[in-house]
Design a protein around this ligand. Structure first.
Ligand SMILES: [Zn+2]
Length: 239
């Protein structure tokens, strides 16, 4: 059994703590900031074994060196000189381990060129960084629309119940854009209301699931890469 705990950071990041009870091992995914991670580890009396980075952006890697210094953890991520303290370079087909659980790495370029996602098939969970967000997707800082569209489809090709752990709380803004782009989609209308309720109560809207994204994510639902590209451009300036 893997336990996954959100650690909020900055204004809207989630750093995910992953804990395996049988081995006692703990991993942190995308620690942009060390302090809240160390606090949570201490509160739970968990010892950090590893960091997994999905991409190099500082809000995902900024805590790497401080956590490594404090805990002696190892750092794995895409092969990039911009990932501080990296010990293990991951690429398509690489494996990561926590206790007896084996996760597989897929490459999902688009937000950055060397973005990866980590999938635990047996547990039906995936850490997707800034590639897919609930009802949205990451901005195209480095990659092309073709790359991002293909990456999103790799993720929503996972089984329906797969839980997707995204790295930001962007769901409300994404839901408003989704309702604007698909005004007659009842699943989107219902999810927007639910997300409004959760956020008004200060609650997290993640993880999401593959099934929910297939039904309510306009970027996933786009019929062609051209439609995807125009949606992405429109969302960049949507308020
Ligand atoms: Zn990013």
């Amino acid at each position: 059994m893997l336990q996954v705990i959100p650690v909020p950071a900055f204004s809207d990041n989630y750093i995910w703590l992953v804990h395996d009870e049988s081995s006692g091992q703990t991993v942190v995914v995308d620690p942009g900031d060390a302090a809240p991670v160390l606090e949570e580890l201490q509160a739970r009396a968990w010892r950090l074994h590893q960091i997994w980075n999905t991409h190099w952006h500082p809000d995902h890697t900024g805590g790497n060196l401080a956590l490594k210094a404090a805990t002696g953890c190892t750092i794995s991520g895409p092969d990039s000189p911009r990932i501080a303290g990296e010990d293990v370079a991951l690429r398509e087909g690489s494996e990561v381990r926590i206790g007896d659980h084996v996760g597989r790495v897929i490459e999902v370029p688009g937000h950055t060129l060397d973005h990866i996602a980590i999938i635990f098939d047996e547990q039906q969970i995936a850490f997707v960084g800034d590639t897919l967000f609930a009802m949205g997707c990451g901005r195209l800082f480095e990659g092309t629309p073709e790359q991002m569209f293909a990456s999103l489809h790799k993720l929503v090709g996972l089984p329906d119940q797969t839980q997707l752990y995204c790295a930001h709380e962007y769901t409300l803004s994404n839901a408003r854009f989704a309702a604007h782009s698909e005004p007659n989609n009842a699943a989107i209308t219902a999810r927007l209301a639910e997300v409004e309720r959760l956020r008004a109560a200060g609650e997290i809207t993640l993880p999401t699931s593959v099934a929910q994204e297939r039904d309510t994510n306009p970027f996933v639902r786009a019929a062609s890469v051209e439609t995807f590209a125009s949606l992405r451009a429109e969302k960049d300036s949507f308020r």
